[in-house]
Design a protein around this ligand. Structure first.
Ligand code: SR1
Ligand code: MG
Length: 395
């Protein structure tokens, strides 16, 4: 459904109720309440509920600037349209793993969608020690299904290129290019780190082999239009419970290298694993292994069953593609670990550690792991070797 408006205005809790009523069949006479619950970097998120029936919707609205910085950082409203279109496209291939979209409006830059408040943001839940047994198999499936089905391995080249043009997302990509691939590797104002990390950070800025590999990874992100990515698949972009997983927030969606989505998710698991010990860490390293194994298995099965590429049965081709995705994913994971530690946008997993000495020590480990993944991404043979790194074997 499309909402009939023609002018942007930031929603308030009251106007969000009126909008919800106009697009969702709440019971007659329902008394709706509204609350702004967004804790992300960029947008407003309103939850509108009818306490009597328990029914609700989420309204996400893009602001014309980045909320995390303020009006001095203007940002396209088109990202709301991109996000809604990506939810719909990914929902075609991974139904049940993304929220249902009820309505969109380009002028208001809103998406009205399924209320997921019975679930928790996975990052918050993992920090609190909750266990999500389905998280990695669901995300492995989501990755394989969305990335395979939007790639040249599944689509006619005309359709693939039409989608790549539809999902051109230069402004949001520029944020990633700067915040993940550029700024953390140079002395830039956007960087943010504790003074105790300065020596380790300067070592990154002065590490010529690392700089070269970061440059190659950035170039791959800039140029390799392999599949329709989520574009920001960290654990804060996932709602979870013991039974369900839903991927939200694909406003950074664009055609990019398949390993980027895989790598971002792995990096955020690794960052959480660093904060744990013993059995708790093993839960996370099991998720790391399961994510890749599920992705690889599902991608391979789809290749066999639905692949359209003329070379699909050429011995070694599928394996070569998956090897590329694996090494790209490790490199991107390394960049994500570094930027989440010293760049503009951190993660609560590490920042939330109150004891200063421990926080600094774990952040140093995150930087080391990031560097190892970037530099050794082509020689790390399999996911077992990544698990051993995340377990702390080599640390
Ligand atoms: C200004 S945006 C900072 C970060 O928040 C988003 O979720 C992306 O991860 C981006 O890099
Ligand atoms: Mg987001």
């Amino acid at each position: 459904m499309t909402i009939a408006t023609n002018q942007y205005a930031a929603l308030t809790e009251e106007t969000a109720i009126a909008l919800a009523k106009s697009v969702y069949p709440f019971p007659e006479g329902a008394e709706l309440s509204s609350r702004e619950i967004g804790d992300g970097n960029l947008n407003y998120v309103f939850r509108i509920t009818d306490s009597a029936s328990g029914k609700g919707v989420i309204i996400k609205q893009a602001l014309p600037y980045a909320k995390v910085v303020g009006e001095s950082w203007p940002l396209t409203l088109k990202r709301a349209e991109t996000e809604a279109a990506a939810l719909l496209k990914h929902g075609e291939f991974a139904p049940g793993l993304v929220p249902e979209v009820y309505a969109t409006d380009t002028d208001l830059a809103v998406t009205v969608m399924e209320d997921l408040s019975h679930l928790k943001i996975a990052r918050e839940g993992l920090i609190a020690g909750e266990s999500y047994p389905k998280l990695s198999s669901d995300i492995g499936e989501y990755l394989a299904r969305t990335l395979f089905h939007t790639s040249d391995f599944a689509l006619h080249p005309f359709e693939k290129k039409r989608l790549a043009a539809e999902f051109s997302n230069p402004e949001l990509c520029k944020i990633t290019e700067d915040l993940i691939f550029t700024d953390p590797f140079f002395d830039r104002e956007t960087n943010d780190f504790e003074p105790q990390l300065r020596l380790a950070v300067e070592a990154i800025w002065n590490n010529a082999p690392l700089q070269l590999e970061a440059a190659k990874l950035k170039y791959s992100f800039l140029t390799e239009a392999e599949a329709l990515l989520h574009g920001d698949l960290h654990t804060g972009s996932i709602f979870a419970s013991a039974e369900e997983t839903k991927v939200i927030d694909p406003e950074f969606a664009f055609y990019g290298p398949i390993g980027f989505d895989v790598g971002l998710f792995l990096a955020n698991l690794i960052a959480q694993g660093i904060t744990r010990t013993g059995e708790g860490r093993k839960v996370i390293t099991d998720h790391i292994a399961k994510t890749w194994e599920t992705f690889e298995g599902t991608f391979s099965a789809l290749w066999e069953a639905e692949g359209v590429e003329a070379f699909k049965n050429t011995p070694g081709y599928r394996e070569a593609i998956l090897e590329k995705v694996f090494s790209d994913a490790l490199g991107f994971a390394g960049c994500e670990l570094i930027r989440r530690t010293i760049g503009l946008a951190h993660v609560k997993d590490l920042d939330g550690i109150e004891e200063e000495a421990r926080r600094i020590e774990l952040k140093k480990q995150a930087l080391e792991l990031g560097e190892t993944l970037i530099l050794n991404r082509r020689t790390i043979k399999d996911i077992g070797a990544v698990v051993r790194l995340a377990e702390g074997e080599a640390r």
